[in-house]
Design a protein around this ligand. Sequence first.
Ligand SMILES: Nc1nc2c(c(=O)[nH]1)N=C([C@H](O)[C@H](O)COP(=O)(O)OP(=O)(O)OP(=O)(O)O)CN2
Ligand SMILES: [Zn+2]
Length: 103
Amino acid sequence: MEISAAHSLKLSYSSKCENLHGHNWIITVYCRSKELNADGMVIDFSHIKESIKNRLDHQNLNEVLPFNPTAENMARWICDQLPNCYKVEIKESESNTVIYEKD
Ligand SMILES: Nc1nc2c(c(=O)[nH]1)N=C([C@H](O)[C@H](O)COP(=O)(O)OP(=O)(O)OP(=O)(O)O)CN2
Ligand SMILES: [Zn+2]
């Protein structure tokens, strides 16, 4: 899914990223389960979008997330929101990608 949003980072050093700016984050969510539910799914793709995209898209992430919105923190938070999610990849730009994986 793609999220277009704004953020500024609170950092312990001086950086241009402290200024409000935007990205189109490309987010890939990985879910798994030994069993499928009664609908034959691990999780409905629409429910993923409802719980993540509807909350973040076209928002100021500093206002809707209770943490410093780095790509790493976002990936961990997204993983924690979704049942059976074990991995989240976020591509912030052509050269900036993070992967969060649960143990
Ligand atoms: N480990 C992380 N490092 C950085 C993150 C992050 O989430 N995790 N985020 C940022 C900022 O979001 C910043 O906007 C991106 O910085 P930068 O790489 O400089 O990206 P640009 O799009 O400005 O790329 P240019 O190559 O400078 O055009 C920073 N670091
Ligand atoms: Zn940024």
